[in-house]
Design a protein around this ligand. Structure first.
Ligand code: SF4
Ligand code: SF4
Length: 142
């Protein structure tokens, strides 16, 4: 197996800018697996039907957060996440998603969107791959 281009690891540290919680052409949906729906309904103390009606829509057969404004409805005025403890898996594991790990994507739209790319401590390649695979499985198993 050839080594991935990021075999020496990738640097990432969130600067809390909130940019990934705003819509961008390629990044306009927050997908919810069943585990995300459960965590959010519990956090918001809503029953499932009310949560889906109030906060969600369907996109290509997936449940996604309904984003009517140019930002996630859970982005608060201070630029933070109002459901941080129960935030969806994709929010927890950004930017280490399989589709982001192509070099051109990482160095292009991902870096353009996220000022945390290239900052902070090195995350080793095995950990990057572990997070990416865990994220894929989270949604596949939903
Ligand atoms: S865009 Fe990057 S740096 Fe900004 S909040 Fe999102 S993850 Fe953090
Ligand atoms: S759920 Fe929170 S972390 Fe995820 S996009 Fe919305 S505000 Fe951002």
């Amino acid at each position: 197996m050839p080594k991935p281009w990021f075999h020496k690891g990738l640097r990432f540290e969130c600067t809390q800018c909130g940019n990934c919680c705003r819509t961008h052409e390629e990044y306009s949906f927050v997908y919810l697996a069943e585990g995300d729906v459960s965590a959010l309904t519990e956090h918001l103390q809503l029953d499932r039907a009310t949560f889906l009606e109030r906060h969600c829509q369907e996109e290509d057969g997936w449940i996604t957060l309904r984003i009517d404004k140019p930002a996630c409805p859970f982005l608060n005025e201070a630029g933070g996440c109002s459901v941080y403890e129960a935030r969806p898996k994709q929010c927890r594991t950004w930017p280490f998603w399989v589709e982001n790990l192509k070099r051109t994507t990482w160095e292009g739209p991902v870096s353009d969107c996220c000022p945390g790319i290239g900052k902070g401590e090195l995350v080793d390649a095995d950990e990057v791959k572990r997070i990416a695979i865990e994220t894929e499985l989270w949604y596949e198993d939903s």
